[in-house]
Ligand binder design. Structure first.
Ligand code: ATP
Length: 220
């Protein structure tokens, strides 16, 4: 099986997440993509706005009708910060002999990878697929990455991919630009505006039912 792993805060999940992973699934012939919501993302100064169980439930609702998508609670069940290296080691341990793992992330997230915990130990664990992101104008290549990251790869002109010294591949994949962000959605909700057509209907209904991301009375 070719398995994609797609981590994020999903605070909340939106059509940008869903469309980008669907395009990756098709382009790379992946059998399944697992969404892995973070409990406590190390890179965010502020904590997620919605509790983990709500973010998990919104992902569950959003992917329910796609048999190629699944949900993993590995990060939410693990105490402490959600480091990708720990998650990848978990999936490497758990995979069957024939499974091939692909870690999927957007260009904006990839640009920060030099600051991730043990980033140089991450690349040998699986292949990487970096997708374009609307509004992120940087080149779809290793240009602009810290030297510490660039020196780990060489370009394979035949396959048009970067090859890590360990033999894993790093792909850059252009996807449809969908300029939706979770922070934009939270902002709209705080202002009491509509988020219709930015998130799946079921997710919007859940947000409404639980009163998520609303302005707190007398506060913030
Ligand atoms: P925030 O606005 O709070 O930073 P976000 O919308 O970027 O949130 P995350 O959960 O942080 O959502 O993102 C998880 C992954 O999804 C990241 O790799 C990110 O690059 C990717 N991603 C998020 N939104 C889009 C989008 N509109 N198109 C393509 N990729 C996206």
């Amino acid at each position: 099986m070719k398995i994609g792993l797609f981590g994020g805060t999903f605070d909340p999940i939106h059509w940008g997440h869903l469309r980008s992973t669907e395009e990756v699934r098709e382009a790379f012939g992946l059998d399944r993509i697992l969404f892995v919501p973070a409990a406590n993302p190390p890179h965010r100064i502020a904590q997620p706005a919605a509790p983990a169980r709500d973010r998990l439930e919104m992902v569950r609702l959003a992917i329910a009708k796609n048999p190629g998508f699944g949900l993993s609670t590995v990060e939410i069940s693990r105490p402490g910060k959600s480091y990708s290296i720990d998650t990848l080691r978990y999936f490497v341990r758990k995979r069957s002999a024939n499974d091939i793992l692909y870690f999927i992330l957007g260009l904006d997230a990839f640009r920060d990878i030099g600051s991730w915990k043990d980033f140089d130990e991450i690349f040998p664990l699986c292949h990487f697929i970096v997708t374009s992101r609307a509004g992120c104008e940087e080149p779809m290549s290793l240009r602009g990455m810290p030297v510490a990251v660039r020196r780990l790869f060489c370009y394979d002109p035949d396959k048009k991919v970067y090859r890590h010294q360990s033999g894993t591949f790093l792909y850059f994949n252009k996807i449809t630009d969908i300029g939706i962000s979770a922070s934009g959605i939270r902002r709209l909700l705080k202002e009491g505006k509509s988020i219709r057509y930015l998130v799946p209907f079921e997710v919007g209904a859940y947000i409404k039912k639980r009163g998520l991301y609303q302005r707190r009375r007398g506060g913030r």
